[in-house]
Ligand binder design. Structure first.
Ligand code: KIV
Ligand code: ZN
Length: 387
């Protein structure tokens, strides 16, 4: 089996669906160009039928990038597919993404339909999409809660109709990791013609399992991951691109790889945060402000002696200049001496023992002790005369 994991970025579609996250066309193009630099394989640029503005963005993104495939989303509805096809017409590499809900919830309550009719609609949508482009991805919405046997029938039918990629979304983020992995394996083993299509993961984070489930999917044979920068997306979000990419990169035993230039991960995260205004939590893996910040004395001492003691990633690897040692009331003498050295001061053990209690007194009053505070401490302890 091929070991490359295709990265399908849906920041501009699923990510932009988030309440409060609105991007204008210029901002979307800027992000799309950054995603191209980052090395994503597919950019899902939007859902063109949803609004004239979205149509315009997909059209302009199609003209603005050349390396990644530009993908447009549609429902299994003729008009949707036509508009989506029109929006990506000028893209160098085009993909249509169409699909329909396949779980009991969707079939019975959303569509008031039957399993057989859903299969018919799915086949018709793929065939219609195929009349516009060669590369057609099919999504079985709520595949996470769809019976595996029925899902396999749907997949087999759409492959026959010409689907090149099968998206197996855990739309509600419900699946357990093992369950989702086994679903992918079941499809690999039970769908006739599966070798003609790529299986794709699309996991939502409602239970905080999106990245783990995508990993479960690729371990069991999926070769495309749908994900977003900073994990943006409906409700609790999607699989975070930076997390899945670094898991694949760090765990060589998986024998998988992506095309992503990891040193652009944080700069891309910062751009998406700035343009969308969607705040990234400080303790977010890889891209959060605290991802490379060390504040407890025990950790700081270990890190100063050998970085790998407390860091499995090098900050440079993901585009951060360096780790930071944050001075707080939990910091020890090692961190204090380290910071002083960076400021150009070296103290004997005896002197440091004199300064340390004054530092602690100061630190107990503040969240973080900065260089300016340290200068005041040194003056108080009569180690420097002017500031
Ligand atoms: O979560 C989902 O099922 C989706 C589909 C439209 C692909 O976003
Ligand atoms: Zn989704």
């Amino acid at each position: 089996m091929n070991n490359k994991i295709e990265i399908f970025d849906t920041t501009l579609r699923d990510g932009e669906q988030v309440p409060g996250c609105k991007l204008n066309v210029r901002e979307k193009i800027e992000i799309a160009r950054q995603l191209e630099q980052l090395g994503v394989d597919v950019i899902e640029a939007g859902f063109p039928i949803s609004s004239p503005g979205d149509f315009k963005s997909v059209k302009e993104i199609s003209q603005s990038v050349t390396i990644p495939i530009v993908c447009a989303l549609s429902r299994a509805i003729k008009k949707d597919i036509e508009i989506a096809a029109e929006s990506i017409k000028s893209a160098k590499r085009q993909r249509l993404h169409t699909g329909i809900g396949t779980s009991e919830f969707h079939i019975r309550y959303k569509f008031n339909s039957t399993s057989e009719k859903i299969i018919e609609n799915a086949i018709a949508a793929v065939k219609y999409a195929k009349s516009f482009v060669e590369d057609v991805e099919f999504y079985a919405e709520d595949a996470g809660r769809t019976d595996n046997e029925f899902l396999a029938r749907v997949c087999e039918s759409v492959i026959k109709a010409g689907a090149t990629v099968l998206n197996i979304p855990d739309t509600t983020g419900y699946c357990l990791t093992e369950e989702y992995g086994k679903k992918i394996l079941y499809l690999k083993e039970n769908v006739k013609g599966i070798h003609k299509a790529i299986l794709s993961t699309h996991c939502h984070n409602d239970l905080g399992l999106a990245t783990a489930n995508s990993l479960g999917g690729i371990i069991h044979g999926a070769r495309q991951v749908e994900c977003t920068i900073n994990g943006l997306g409906e409700r609790a979000g999607n699989t975070s691109l930076e997390e899945i990419v670094m898991i694949v990169k760090k765990h060589r035993s998986l024998r998988l790889y992506t095309n992503i230039k990891s040193e652009l991960l944080c700069p891309t995260s910062w751009l998406v945060y700035e343009r969308t205004g969607m705040y990234v939590q400080a303790n977010k893996a890889i891209v959060g402000d605290n991802a490379f910040a060390h504040s407890s004395g025990i950790h700081q001492d270990g890190l100063i002696k050998k970085r790998e003691t407390y860091e499995i990633l090098s900050p440079k690897e993901v585009g951060v200049k360096e780790s930071s040692i944050v001075l707080t009331a939990r910091s020890g003498r090692a961190a204090l001496a380290y910071r002083f050295k960076k400021m150009g001061y070296t103290f004997s053990k005896k002197d440091l023992n004199l300064i340390y209690p004054i530092f602690l007194e100061h630190a107990d009053k503040k969240k973080e002790v900065h260089n300016e505070d340290l200068k005041i401490i040194l003056k108080t302890a009569n180690f420097i005369t002017n500031l």
